[in-house]
Design a protein around this ligand. Structure first.
Ligand code: HEM
Ligand code: HEM
Length: 201
């Protein structure tokens, strides 16, 4: 029983295991929340109901810090499982999925790191996470200003495409790709029936 439970933590070629799923869905929640909050502020401005709704979840910087910690754990977990997790097909969508997934890792790390670098470079700090030095380092501020927002919006577009492709796999091509991230861990996902190979962009 213990052995079976332990195996459920790990990925297999048929499906992602419980640790990969926990990391995937926790980070999906954090990032989607981050974008919902920003879009709500942008669309409706600084009103009382916006403050109430956006205070229901973690703050912008806190989400960023959590994402950095989780993406490092996720990259380590990816390395441990790399030879046993589902492989992407060699179709165009399969290759695109590899590029998009790698970009997710890169962006989930660099976006919050650039913001923290800018905070440090501003000299004002962010207690208790970033020391307040009182000294401005202009290149750090300029780099954060240049890239933080642009890369974050680019990430939101990739996430949109990724979700659309997950739904296309499920409802148009009717293959088992979505189930690799959602099916019961005790069961093998059904065999693919769709023509397009296994990949979510
Ligand atoms: C997963 C991590 C993060 C994501 C996805 C994210 C996303 C974004 C987005 C979409 C914007 C709006 C850009 C615009 O105005 O067009 C923004 C702005 C901002 N973020 Fe983040 N952020 C993250 C982490 C952080 C962290 C860790 C900090 C600070 C410690 C931070 C500080 C800021 C600040 C000060 C702004 C307003 C200035 C600007 O637009 O660059 N962010 N962020
Ligand atoms: C919101 C942010 C999201 C990010 C950053 C993200 C990122 C990723 C990454 C990097 C992978 C590759 C597996 C891994 O390394 O863990 C993956 C796989 C997957 N994601 Fe997401 N994901 C997000 C949201 C979603 C959502 C909302 C859905 C479903 C509607 C979804 C469905 C899937 C599926 C089905 C796979 C397996 C794909 C395959 O094996 O080809 N993802 N995701």
């Amino acid at each position: 029983m213990m052995k079976k439970d332990f195996r459920m933590w790990l990925d297999t070629p048929e499906r992602y295991g419980s640790v990969s799923r926990l990391l995937h869905w926790t980070m999906a929640y954090l990032l989607i929340w981050q974008f919902i909050v920003i879009l709500t502020w942008r669309l409706f401005g600084d009103t009382q109901w916006v403050r109430t709704v956006t205070s229901l979840g973690p703050g912008h910087g806190t989400v960023g810090l959590l994402v950095i910690v989780l993406v490092v754990i996720r990259a380590i977990w990816w390395t441990i499982n790399r030879n046993r997790r589902p492989v992407q097909s060699t179709t165009v969508t399969g290759r695109a999925a590899v590029v998009v997934h790698a970009s997710f890792y890169l962006l989930m790390f660099s976006i919050p790191v650039l913001a923290l670098l800018r905070t440090y470079g501003s000299g004002k700090g962010w207690e208790p996470w970033v020391a307040s030095t009182g000294v401005e380092i202009p290149w750090m501020v300029a780099l954060g200003d240049l890239l933080h927002g642009v890369l974050a919006w680019f990430l939101s577009i990739l996430i949109g495409g990724h979700v659309v492709m997950a739904l296309v796999h499920r409802f148009v091509w009717k293959d088992s790709t979505l189930r690799r991230m959602t099916s019961s861990l005790g069961k093998r996902p059904a065999t693919d029936t769709g023509p397009a190979g296994n990949s979510v962009l």
